[in-house]
Ligand binder design. Structure first.
Ligand SMILES: NC(=O)C1=CN([C@@H]2O[C@H](COP(=O)(O)OP(=O)(O)OC[C@H]3O[C@@H](n4cnc5c(N)ncnc54)[C@H](OP(=O)(O)O)[C@@H]3O)[C@@H](O)[C@H]2O)C=CC1
Ligand SMILES: O=C(CO)COP(=O)(O)O
Length: 312
């Protein structure tokens, strides 16, 4: 099966680099004028078997990895969905679409009804994958046979994929961990310490599980790579853009515009979903308020600590 990657950002490029070791891969980006090295993934030399293109009709393989940011995906599919339909379409985005409050797989299904839809997610920094460091991810597809075939197609020596049929659990775990990582970063940035961060991670994980299971996810998926695994990585590493965005909030500093921070928009989507689903998500709702500037950092701690005491 042929492979292409749509989205020449850091993650799409990293995936294309490692998959190109198995066979030819086409990488589509709207601007691929660079040669040899993509500035979105500095320091990584692109192999000869990776072919960048800015023509979408030139990047239509049997298996297509969609590595665009979550807030961009809906517009892209509205424009190009018909060209992509009927293929294996694998979402690599970690967010919830703010306009529809849907995850990427639902957006893809809506635009491409005849596609086989899957999700690739889990703890992995693009730079680590591209350097060939060992990484384990979740490949989720409701069709168990397709999941197995895609798992075999996309695993490499260092990139080990575990398969699952719980698409909702995998993709919402990946989206929601970004929101909690912002809170973890804010706790560190504000000087609240490692104990506070551990509380944010743990209570944040409870929120992720509450929301994802309300949407139909299996709770055990949340304890896997795509949920807890990625939450731990993103909440503890300054390689994470979401964590660094939280650090800046905590410090009261600006954060560079133009950096992909999926958790900021996703927190707003979560805040809109929470009342619809009747779930209590205080940390995520706080992140939504902080990210929009509706809540000042100096009030954030009081908001969390002054809630009524409760059973764990
Ligand atoms: N980076 C990482 O370590 C990981 C990222 N992910 C996920 O992958 C997804 C992509 O992130 P990442 O690659 O890091 O993002 P980057 O910020 O590195 O790149 C974003 C890419 O999206 C492209 N883009 C933006 N808007 C549009 C548009 N309207 N039409 C077409 N292309 C567009 C940009 O193109 P241009 O360069 O032309 O602006 C750029 O290539 C996110 O959901 C992220 O959570 C998942 C795991 C790891
Ligand atoms: O998803 C990621 C790691 O698994 C990348 O995290 P950031 O988007 O926060 O950099």
């Amino acid at each position: 099966m042929s492979v292409s990657v749509i989205g020449a950002g850091a993650f799409g490029t990293a995936l294309a680099v490692v998959l190109a070791a198995k066979g030819p891969v086409t990488l589509w980006g709207r601007d691929v004028a660079w040669r040899g090295e993509n500035p979105r993934l500095p320091g990584v030399v692109l192999p000869n078997t990776l072919r960048p293109t800015d023509r979408l009709d030139d990047a239509l393989a049997e298996t297509v990895l969609l590595a665009l940011p979550a807030q961009v995906l809906g517009g892209f599919l509205a424009q190009h969905g018909a060209m992509l339909d009927g293929r294996n379409l694998i979402s690599c985005a970690k967010g919830i679409d703010l306009q529809t409050l849907q995850g990427p797989s639902a957006l893809i299904r809506g635009a491409c009804p005849d596609a086989t839809v899957a999700v690739l997610t889990g703890p992995s920094f693009a730079a680590d994958i591209a350097r060939g460091l060992p990484t384990a991810l979740t490949l989720a597809c409701e069709d168990a046979d397709a999941a197995e075939a895609l798992q075999a197609q996309l695993s490499t020596g260092a990139l080990r994929l575990y398969r699952s049929t719980d698409v909702t659990g995998a993709e919402f775990g990946g989206a929601l961990k970004n929101v909690i990582a912002i809170a973890a970063g804010a706790a560190i940035g504000a000087g609240y310490g490692d104990s506070a961060r551990a509380s944010v991670i743990t209570r944040g994980f409870a929120e992720m599980t509450r929301l994802a299971t309300a949407l139909g996810a299996r709770p055990e998926t949340l304890t896997g790579l795509s949920g807890l695994g990625d939450l731990v990585l993103t909440s503890t590493s300054e390689q994470s853009r979401n964590f660094r965005f939280g650090l800046a909030l905590g410090h009261g500093r600006d954060f560079g515009a133009g950096t992909t921070v999926e958790g900021a928009a996703t927190a707003r989507a979560v805040a809109a979903l929470a009342p619809q689903l009747g779930v209590d998500l205080p940390i995520s709702q706080l992140v939504a308020g902080l990210a929009q500037g509706h809540i000042a950092m100096e009030h954030a701690l009081d908001i969390l600590l002054n809630r009524p005491l409760k059973e764990e």
